[in-house]
Write a protein that binds this ligand. Structure first.
Ligand SMILES: CC(C)(COP(=O)(O)OP(=O)(O)OC[C@H]1O[C@@H](n2cnc3c(N)ncnc32)[C@H](O)[C@@H]1OP(=O)(O)O)[C@@H](O)C(=O)NCCC(=O)NCCS
Length: 224
């Protein structure tokens, strides 16, 4: 803003001198060109500011085990604790996200985890499975998105789409014909997100949250 005032002041000042001294219009044009150049620089600066909002995806390895456990528990709690009993939540968190279990999953060559960072801050993660790592027998032409979680404060910034596009990229590289996932029938946000990105419901399966049997819709996207 200060720079703009400075430029404007410069323009008026020079234009004034021009008038007082009856300089020819070329002088005014010179000032005008200078102002245009400065404004272009300001616009370029603001584009640079935009570039500073970075999104980065990194594949996880065993060194990320504890961070993976933390973000898995944090995002699962954020998503489901209001609609499930504390006992069922605790049972699920203990079973699914204990260090041994996550270590096994990270070491499985048919599974891959990725973290997504927003401005260098860990914002979410995705887990994809192929072949026998898939949680249903879908065959070797499919890729499963078993988990996709964005921390609540980073949701609706396009990060879920970035992660899902990563899954599509991996599936395409491996010549998979479709991507599929299971989503709780009551998870309306996620259902809306998947539908927006071209998934359709193809079947359903049971999911156990502690001792409670819940229904997950199977959503599928055919790849071109
Ligand atoms: C579901 C989730 C992964 C979506 O990620 P996100 O970063 O919030 O979504 P994005 O900003 O990338 O949205 C991508 C598109 O989906 C749309 N979308 C996202 N959430 C939506 C909603 N609740 N209703 C309608 N559209 C929605 C966006 O508008 C956007 O559309 P556009 O491409 O036309 O702009 C994220 O909200 C999340 O982690 N939720 C909690 C965990 C969860 O439920 N995971 C799924 C378990 S199966």
């Amino acid at each position: 803003m200060l720079l703009l005032l400075h430029i404007f002041g410069f323009f008026i000042f020079n234009a004034g001198i021009g008038d007082r001294n009856h300089r020819d219009s070329k002088n005014i044009e010179k000032v005008y060109d200078y102002v245009k150049k400065e404004i272009r620089e300001i616009i370029d600066d603001s584009k640079e500011l935009h570039i500073y909002m970075t999104i980065q995806i990194n594949q996880c390895n065993l060194g990320d085990l504890r961070t993976l456990q933390e973000i898995s528990i944090e995002t699962f709690n954020e998503t489901f604790k209001d609609q499930n009993s504390p006992e069922n939540m605790d049972a699920y968190l203990e079973r699914a996200f204990n260090l041994n279990q996550l270590e096994k999953e990270l070491s499985n060559s048919s599974s891959r985890f990725f973290f997504v960072y927003f401005n260098n801050e860990l914002a979410g993660y995705i887990k994809v499975n192929i072949d026998d790592a898939q949680s249903e027998e879908m065959g070797n032409e499919s890729l499963e998105v078993e988990r996709i979680y964005i921390k609540s404060k980073f949701q609706k910034h396009g990060l879920g789409k970035v992660l899902l596009n990563k899954a599509i990229e991996i599936a395409t590289e491996r010549n998979k014909k479709k991507i599929w996932l299971g989503v709780w029938e009551k998870n309306e946000n996620a259902l809306a997100f998947y539908k927006r990105l071209g998934f359709v419901q193809t079947s359903a399966h049971s999911f156990y949250m502690g001792d409670e049997e819940q229904t997950d819709f199977i959503m599928t996207k055919i790849l071109n």
